[in-house]
Design a protein around this ligand. Structure first.
Ligand code: BT5
Length: 255
C-alpha cells in the first residue's frame, strides 16, 4: 500500500492495524504538526464516529476507514464545500469501479438509495493554522446481516458481481481525493461555480421532495431545487425558499 500510494504525490501514510477512530488520530497528528497529505488508514476501526455524536460501525476486515489531513489554502468562506467535495469525489471514484453511486446532500454516498459511504469533515485549530480532517468510511465487503442499519449497503451487497479489492478501492478513492482537492484549491474564483454545477448534476437530493431535520430539532419540508455557491441546499417550501446549511435530509418517497 505504501509503495502504491507513492504513485500519488503529496501523500504520506500511517497504517494502523486497529484504531478507535482515524479522525481522532489524524486530528492528534495535525495538532502535532502533521503536514497536508497525511493519510491515516485503519484496517479495523473500533469506535468510529459520525456527525453529532453518532457512531459509524464497521466489522473487522470488511470496510475502508481513513482520514486525510488537509491544510486548505482557499479562503475560509470556501471551507463549507469540503464535505460536499469529499462526498462528490468519493462517489465518482466508486462510480469508476462500476457502481451506480449518487450523493445525498450534503455528503452521504448512496447506491440505489442506500448509504455505502459516510463522511465526517472536522475543522481543527493547530499552531500552524486551521486544518481539516477528512474522514471517510466505505462499506466494502460487509455482508447484509452485518450492516448496522436498514438504510446501509455495501459494495458487495449492492453489486456482488463486481469484485474490486479493498486496497484497490482505497487507492482509487484516495487518488481521486488528492486530485479533487488540488484542482479545487488551484481553481480560483471559478472553482466554486464549477464544483457547484458538477455537484448538482450528481446529487440525488436535488429535484426530490424532502424533509430536512435541522440541528435545532425542527424540520422543514419541500422540494430541494438547488445547491447554492456556499454549498447550502435550496428548498422550496410552502413559506418560500429556504437555504439549509446543515441538517439531515430524508428523501420523501411518494406513496
Ligand atoms: C457519517 O455520519 O456518515 C460519517 C461517518 C464517517 C466515518 C469515518 S470512518 C473514518 C473516520 N473516522 C471516524 O471516526 N469517522 C470517519 P452521519 O451522517 O452522522 O451518519 C451516522 C449514521 O449512519 C448512524 O447514526 C447510523 O444510522 C448510520 N451508520 C452507522 N454505521 C454505518 C455504516 N457502516 N454504513 C451505513 N450507515 C451507517
Amino acid at each position: 500500500l505504501q509503495q502504491e500510494l507513492a504513485l500519488t504525490p503529496d501523500l504520506s501514510l500511517e497504517l494502523l492495524a486497529e484504531s478507535p477512530s482515524t479522525n481522532q488520530v489524524a486530528a492528534d497528528r495535525a495538532r502535532d504538526g502533521a503536514p497536508d497529505g497525511l493519510l491515516v488508514v485503519a484496517d479495523h476501526q473500533t469506535a468510529g464516529r459520525g456527525r453529532l455524536d453518532r457512531t459509524w460501525e464497521t466489522p473487522a476486515g470488511a470496510a475502508i476507514t481513513f482520514s486525510l489531513v488537509l491544510r486548505p489554502t482557499v479562503p475560509a468562506a470556501q471551507w463549507p464545500w469540503l464535505p460536499l467535495l469529499t462526498g462528490h469525489t468519493v462517489s465518482k471514484a466508486l462510480a469508476a469501479f462500476g457502481y451506480n453511486t449518487r450523493v445525498k446532500w450534503p455528503n452521504d454516498v448512496l447506491i440505489d438509495g442506500l448509504k455505502v459511504a459516510g463522511i465526517l469533515v472536522e475543522r481543527i485549530e493547530t499552531s500552524d493554522g486551521p486544518a481539516a480532517v477528512v474522514g471517510v468510511g466505505i462499506n466494502v465487503s460487509t455482508r447484509a446481516e452485518e450492516l448496522p442499519v436498514p438504510t446501509a449497503t455495501s459494495l458487495q451487497v449492492a453489486h456482488a458481481d463486481l469484485t474490486p479489492t479493498r486496497e484497490g478501492v482505497l487507492l482509487g478513492v484516495v487518488a481521486g481525493l488528492r486530485e479533487g482537492f488540488d484542482a479545487w484549491q488551484a481553481g480560483g474564483a471559478d472553482a466554486a461555480q464549477r464544483l457547484a454545477s458538477s455537484y448538482v448534476a450528481h446529487c440525488a437530493t436535488v429535484g426530490q421532495d424532502v424533509r430536512v431535520d435541522l440541528p435545532g430539532g425542527t424540520a422543514i419540508s419541500g422540494r430541494a431545487v438547488d445547491v447554492d455557491l456556499d454549498g447550502r441546499l435550496v428548498v422550496e417550501t410552502a413559506e418560500g425558499r429556504q437555504l439549509v446549511g446543515a441538517g439531515d435530509v430524508v428523501h420523501v418517497v411518494p406513496e
